[in-house]
Design a protein around this ligand. Sequence first.
Ligand SMILES: Nc1ncnc2c1ncn2[C@@H]1O[C@H](COP(=O)(O)OP(=O)(O)OP(=O)(O)O)[C@@H](O)[C@H]1O
Ligand SMILES: [Mg+2]
Length: 319
Amino acid sequence: MLRHRSTIALLRHRSTIALLRHRSTIALLRHRSTPAAARLSAVGVLHLHYDVTMPSGRGEIVRVIAVTNQKGGVAKTTSVINGGAALAELERRVLVVDLDPQLSATRWLAGPLDTRGLFDVLTGGEAPELVEQVVATPVEGMDLIPGSRFLTGVERAVSGQWTGPESLLRRAVDELPEDRWDVVLLDCPPTLGLVAVSALVAAREVLVPVEARVMALDGLVSLLQTLQQVREGTLNTDLGPAMILPVRVDRTRLARDVVDTLGDRLGEMLLTTRIRDSIRVAEAPSRHLAITQYASGSSGAEDYRALAAELITRVEVAA
Ligand SMILES: Nc1ncnc2c1ncn2[C@@H]1O[C@H](COP(=O)(O)OP(=O)(O)OP(=O)(O)O)[C@@H](O)[C@H]1O
Ligand SMILES: [Mg+2]
């Protein structure tokens, strides 16, 4: 368990608390005027909490990747499940956490299951530990923590709470057994509210699927600003650079232009993997299978295997 190490880290760092609080204040003042800061404040994120600045003590082996984009329908869930299944094929043990009240990942992998466990974790209620909420899935090597339709009410439930609600998920993730999974994939909802920010605080890496269609850059800029706020506001100084994944890439000139523009603007942040448009990928959820099982020889399976290989190289997902 990671709890023991966290406690040691807490004791070791108690003397630096005052300094960290001071730095948080400076960071807050410096960024209060930016739109991203205003948004974070609006969802109650920019509190001055020294507890979120604590090193997690999380083992370096377990990679926690938030899959996020506030734009809806851009293949976040599709990438979590198919990318996760492709990682599982490469013998990485994967845990998917469904943070979306739409329950898309849960329905895909486990059918009509609805629990309130994650709601209680995110609101600091009496919650079973995350590990007790894990269910098996039809994908070998991939487990799931189901979502909850109650997640829509998280912000209301924590409003006025003085402790840092955005760090509750991170603490729960830190309690996961170190030796059971190699990678944790957080499937975020299509908003930049408290749940998505909690995922950014809990994660070490961020994967951002972006549709290869016009205007893809608009929302991306504000998401990148938010990531920067999370890092600079000391909510999660460990958060790595975004990994941008072009999805639904078809043969049109427009798609090529969008991907080229992303490359020009994002440099290293743009992954080399491209996920092509594929009917088979669109069909897989209704069969409750990942693309690697449903159509193992399809272009979609090939693309998600390429993603898994690239993620392993980029973020060193150890087996
Ligand atoms: N490569 C692809 N080819 C064809 N269809 C795709 C592809 N990727 C995703 N889709 C389809 O696009 C739709 C949206 O995908 P998905 O649910 O994964 O997006 P999302 O970002 O998780 O959405 P939300 O924001 O609502 O959570 C789904 O119907 C899915 O099957
Ligand atoms: Mg989704």
